[in-house]
Design a protein. Structure first.
Lengths: 242, 517
């Protein structure tokens, strides 16, 4: 396999990319030169300014096409690959029934001021997402969806009451890094409330998380954009049922 | 009529909505809430907050409640206490009450008559401000004019900082926005008080406060004069403080308010009774203030499937219409909501959207329908998102929608950038310029796909309304009929702020709003 690649426009190795951005200056010759300077600093060489348009007072929007100098070194890319087998709902249920011999308890919530339940609902609600049923559909999972704007102490209390094997937290709002603060607060609260072996598996999900940050945020796993309920269920089995 | 709907079925749907809604209205008429009572005090002129930021209206209502309960309303005990304490300022009374130095009691005889007329006089002064604001709006619209096109273009700003929102809102108006909505800070709907003053910190939005309302309206008045058209201002009433936010909107001449009859119940887990009581009072205030309400049916389609649940939107629109009319709102004030949320991968999805949008248009011919853009199927592919928004704009103009919330191709990616807004407005302008009057020519084929689909949705709506009438609306909400959320009437936030009217309940605001002598 190739270990070095470049972006592909219409010819192998041409390195072509397209970017758009706004500069806080009015549209004139100087502004167009400024956009090309930025493109050059971004590694586009040669850069073609294909579109420039004034927007609002004192702002200009640009679209630039060009070839980037940079090479992508595939052997140096770091990602979290799925390190557990992807199971069907039937297999998940069978594994829980045979090996755990009780229902696996899951508590989910959006914490902090985040009111966007779309993520947690996609994973938990029967309805699911993209034609895939949510965790409520899995007979051997006991799911409690606490909904939006749940406080951390409330989440901990509910997790204790439900004897949760796993706690799923969704964070969509990222203004001022709220998703990171909330996640740290949540993991700290669970560490304080329960000794190491007794803590539920802590999972956070959301479109703007970096999946490699789990340890730093004190959680067991981070799921990013495009995660399906089946992946989460498979992970739960992998992690809890063994 | 383009859909050739059976007028008997339409009449039947309305009659069923009335029967489903009436028990809830009866409930609303026989209960009060802490927020309704606080709204009365705001109308009577109580302003400000204590050093902890708790508004004096909250302090006063809590103190009255601790002494005599809420069942008779706060107007009588408060104005009786004002008279007996020799104070002449309600806010001063609130400060003393907060410190625990005032005892409240229910007046009788001559004291009762005095408290009644004093409270009515005070509340009437607040009502007069609302009336004056309405007259000012009418005058400005006469002088400056309405937007030249329908639908009106509705844009959102939400920086968290009112002083950052203002230049953004003015820039948006200059770029073509007819209506500016300031999104509230996430979580405000669950605060049981209205924050005070100009605010510069918020999460994914800016707090709704009286001062923020005033600052933004003044800025848009400036823009309106500059642009030669009246730019409208919108905020959000829904939540635990509906009656108070509605009152503040009337006092500061906001022009539109998000006010849904069931949104708080379904999406914020607010107690159903609390919501219906608060909703009725807030809508009575909107009716008086000449405010256009925007209802929240789009939200159902973000949680449920937009095809399977299409009829729940129709049912909710019919219920919202009934509750709105009952509260005194006129058809021109009903921005009934619906949304372009059908999965774009579904065959004929655009024809289905046209059928649903046209059904709403024909069921509510005089209402300025609020047309909401795709959110659920915006994936982060901004190029496809821009195309989808173009089709959304096209459906809006083909079906004659009244208010168009501009869709952002970066929905679900980032809060809109300056350039996102510009691209989105360019999309709207292209469609309106290319075919702004297409609704004149667009007549679906008799007996064709669109007519059949619209009739099917209406039939399903009637069927569901029938079940709601049999089951009662509160039970239907408890069973998860709308937006799949189950919300029992004895649960949810804010229930402890509800009280049943007792003999002698008096609310001068309701008396004025319902025009009793």
């Amino acid at each position: 396999m190739k270990t070095v690649v470049r972006p592909y426009g219409d010819t192998t190795g041409d390195g072509m990319v397209q970017v758009s951005f706004t500069l806080p200056i009015p549209h004139d010759k100087l502004a167009e030169g400024a956009a090309l300077q930025l493109a050059g600093k971004m590694g586009l060489d040669p850069a073609m300014l294909v579109h420039a348009k004034p927007i609002g007072d004192g702002f200009t929007f640009f679209v630039v096409y060009g070839s980037v100098r940079h090479l992508v070194e595939l052997d140096k890319v770091q990602v979290i690959e799925r390190d557990f087998p992807l199971l069907s709902a039937k297999e998940v249920n069978a594994m829980v029934r045979q090996r755990l011999r009780r229902k696996l308890s899951v508590v989910g919530a959006c914490i902090g001021t985040d009111a966007h339940t779309v993520g947690i609902d996609a994973i938990l609600n029967l309805k699911g997402i993209a034609g895939e049923k949510g965790l409520e559909y899995y007979r051997e999972l006991k799911v409690r969806n606490l909904g939006a704007q749940v406080s951390v102490p409330e989440l901990v209390a509910q997790a204790l009451a439900e004897k949760a094997d796993a706690v799923l937290v969704s964070q969509v709002v990222t203004q001022r890094d709220a998703h990171l603060h909330n996640t740290r607060e949540m993991s700290a609260a669970f560490r304080e409330a329960l000794p190491a072996g007794k803590r539920p598996v802590l999972i956070v999900g959301g479109p703007r998380f970096d999946e490699t940050m789990a340890e730093e945020l004190g959680v067991d796993r981070i799921f990013g954009r495009g995660t399906t309920p089946r992946e989460v269920a498979s992970y739960l089995v992998h992690r809890i049922v063994k | 009529m383009k859909l050739d709907l059976d007028p008997r079925l339409v009449a039947q749907a309305r009659a069923l909505a009335r029967r489903a809604g009436q028990p809830v209205v009866d409930l609303a008429r026989s209960h009060t809430t802490v927020s309704v009572e606080r709204a009365v005090l705001r109308l009577a002129g109580v302003t400000g907050a204590d050093p902890d930021g708790i508004p004096f209206v909250n302090r006063l209502v809590d103190a009255v409640r601790a002494d005599v309960g809420l069942g008779c309303g706060v107007a009588l005990p408060v104005f009786h206490a004002l008279a007996s304490s020799g104070l002449d300022d309600l806010t001063l009374l609130a400060q003393k009450a907060a410190a625990g130095s005032i005892r409240f009691s229910l007046p009788a005889g001559a004291d009762l008559r005095r408290a009644k007329s004093a409270s009515r006089r005070a509340v009437a002064a607040g009502m007069k401000t609302i009336d004056r604001n309405r007259a000012t709006r009418d005058r400005l619209i006469r002088r400056l004019g309405d937007p030249r096109q329908r639908p009106w273009i509705y844009l959102i700003v939400a920086t968290g900082d009112i002083h950052e929102d203002i230049p953004q809102a003015q820039a948006a108006a200059r770029a073509g926005a007819d209506v500016i909505a300031v999104i509230r800070s996430t979580g405000q709907s669950l605060l049981d008080y209205v924050p005070e003053g100009a605010t510069r910190e918020g999460f994914a939005g800016t707090y709704a406060t009286q001062e923020n309302f005033r600052l933004m309206r003044a800025a848009l008045d400036e823009s309106s004069r500059e642009l030669g058209r009246y730019v409208r201002l919108t905020n959000y009433a829904s939540g635990l403080c509906m009656p108070e936010i509605a009152t503040l909107a009337g006092l500061e001449r906001l022009d539109m308010m998000l006010n849904d009859s069931m949104y708080g119940i379904l999406f914020r887990d607010i107690n159903p009774i609390r919501t219906f009581v608060d909703q009725r009072f807030s809508r009575q205030i909107h009716a008086r203030a000449g405010i256009i309400i925007n209802t929240g049916e789009d939200n159902y389609l973000t949680t449920a499937d937009a095809v399977e649940a299409a009829h729940t939107v129709t049912v909710s629109q019919l219920l919202n219409e009934f509750f709105a009319h009952e509260a005194g709102l006129e058809d021109w004030q009903l921005g009934l909501g619906h949304a372009f949320e059908i999965n774009p991968d579904l065959p004929e999805s655009f024809r289905l959207e046209l059928a649903h949008a046209l059904l709403a248009r024909e069921l509510f011919p005089e209402a300025p329908l609020k047309w909401m853009p795709p959110t659920k199927h915006m994936t982060g592919d901004v190029f496809r998102g821009n195309l989808l928004d173009g089709f959304f704009n096209l459906a809006g103009t083909m079906t004659g929608q009244g208010i168009l919330l501009v869709g952002m191709m970066t929905e679900a990616v980032v809060t809109p950038w300056l350039s996102d807004r510009d691209i989105a407005l360019q999309n709207v302008r292209y469609v309106l310029n290319a075919c702004g009057n297409l609704h004149e020519d667009f007549v679906p084929a008799p007996g064709g796909f669109i007519q059949r689909r619209a009739r099917q949705v209406l039939a399903e709506a009637i069927d569901l309304l029938g079940r709601i009438v049999d089951d009662t609306l509160l039970e239907a909400i408890a069973d998860g009929t709308f937006g799949i959320m189950r919300r029992p009437a004895d649960r949810g936030k804010g229930l402890d702020g509800v009280a049943k009217h007792e003999d002698g309940y008096y609310n001068p605001a309701t008396e004025i709003l319902e025009d009793k002598p």
